[in-house]
Design a protein around this ligand. Structure first.
Ligand SMILES: Nc1ncnc2c1ncn2[C@@H]1O[C@H](COP(=O)(O)OP(=O)(O)O)[C@@H](O)[C@H]1O
Ligand SMILES: [Mg+2]
Length: 401
């Protein structure tokens, strides 16, 4: 499981380097060490799982499903949490009230809830930092953001209510959230086709903007240091990588234009002040509810950065599955940020060097996939990104100056 202790890189190398030179005794010793480690990991894993069951039991809940994106793992029969690998530093479990413990009202509504528990065990001094951040955002930030949204946007946006914080000493280790009924609007790389209309796109862009108005002190005062990302450094470091598909599919002329954008953005970024950015307002963390509203979940990642366009970049890049809505999102982001004279330049650079460039390269590499379905998906994606890059680099469409 993800939360078990990882071997230090050095430990593994040591094994490798000395292969062939080991005597019998040494090999037995290493084998014993390995077994001990597996045993230790199993013990630690069981402790976590028992702890989760204890948390739930104390609150008259029982686990129903483990949730991983749109993947639902049913915990029925002899399948319990022991058998589920998280693969993420969190365990997210759909829970229900134990029979006989519900009020009449609860019984009628068959209310389910979500238990989200941080399970990463290293580094120890950072344990529960992410879940602490998420709890702060739910308690202190999201209600204010909702209040500040324009009335017609409020109708389309909802945040789950936080039902409980579960503590270990003075640290929050898990949260229980209201379960939002609906379906996830995409996966990590793709937005579900047709899930959003123009109004949804506008609402999400407003939410991104409003989130960035958060005063960092508001979070830091609750005892949480937000990490800082230096976008200029990141863009500079990524120049070669991001140029790869451009060179291959668009030619050297466009690589020069990419270089021009990097050159231009240095000055622009250097005059920005840091804002609170979400990192994760996008399709994979949005639940489309049956009444049409979008519910926004997963708030563990906010950080400080000097590029207010970054969150839009993530949203827009995953919209390659619906090029028309992708264009709509670009227009909405530009419109909502008209007051910021640097925004257009920032969004350009974000799409080229940030998430847009990342996705372009990701699918460019998949053009060689042995899997036909992946290859076809990549061909579709690469064409959309090539066109997007061309528009940006030639100042066409929404990018006209
Ligand atoms: N409040 C909620 N209502 C309904 N489903 C939820 C809720 N919170 C989480 N989920 C489900 O659990 C999955 C993982 O939760 P999330 O908070 O996004 O964790 P992670 O950080 O692992 O992405 C989501 O993709 C979603 O399917
Ligand atoms: Mg998520």
């Amino acid at each position: 499981m993800q939360y078990m202790r990882k071997r230090e890189p050095g430990e593994i190398n040591l094994f490798k380097r000395r292969e062939g030179e080991k005597d019998q005794e040494e090999m037995v010793f290493e084998e014993e060490e390995k077994q001990e480690q597996i045993e230790r990991e199993r013990r630690e894993g069981k402790e976590y799982v028992r702890d989760i069951y204890d948390d739930l039991y104390e609150r008259d809940f029982f686990p129903v499903n483990v949730l991983q994106g749109s993947n639902v793992i049913e915990l029925i029969g002899d399948r319990d949490i022991y058998g589920v690998e998280s693969g993420r530093p969190f365990m997210v479990i759909e829970i229900a009230k134990t029979a006989g413990t519900m009020t009449e009202e609860e019984e009628e509504s068959d209310e389910r809830a979500i238990y989200k528990r941080e399970i990463r065990d290293k580094p120890y001094d950072n344990l529960y930092q992410s879940i602490k951040k998420e709890a702060i955002i739910y308690h202190r930030i999201l209600p204010k953001i909702y209040d500040n949204l324009p009335e017609d946007i409020k109708e389309r946006v909802v945040f789950p209510r936080i039902i409980d914080d579960i503590k270990e000493g003075d640290k929050t280790k898990a949260i229980i959230l209201e379960k939002m009924d609906g379906y996830i609007c995409g996966n990590h790389d793709t937005t579900k086709k047709g899930v959003w209309n123009e109004k949804d796109i506008e609402a999400i862009c407003f939410l991104i903007k409003e989130f960035q108005e958060t005063d960092p002190e508001e979070i830091q005062n609750s005892g949480f240091e937000l990490p800082y990302k230096d976008f200029l450094k990141s863009y500079q470091r990524r120049f070669n990588e991001r140029s790869e598909p451009v060179r291959a599919l668009m030619g050297e002329e466009y690589v020069s234009k990419v270089e021009g954008i990097l050159h231009n953005i240095e000055e622009v970024i250097s005059r920005q002040s840091p804002s609170v950015l979400s990192e994760d307002i996008f399709c994979f963390n949005t639940i489309k509810m049956s009444d049409g509203r979008n519910a926004f979940i997963d708030w563990e990642r906010p950080y400080l950065g000097n590029d207010v366009s970054a969150d839009y970049g993530k949203l827009i890049s995953r919209l390659w599955t619906d090029p028309e809505m992708q264009q709509e999102a670009i227009r909405a982001a530009l419109r909502i940020n008209q007051d910021n004279p640097d925004f257009k330049s920032l969004l350009r650079a974000s799409l080229i060097f940030g998430e847009g460039g990342h996705m372009f390269r990701h699918y460019f590499h998949r053009l060689n996939s042995e899997n036909l379905q992946k290859r076809e998906e990549a061909e579709e994606a690469v064409e959309v990104f090539r066109k997007l890059f061309e528009d940006i680099l030639d100042n066409k469409g929404a990018w006209e100056e």
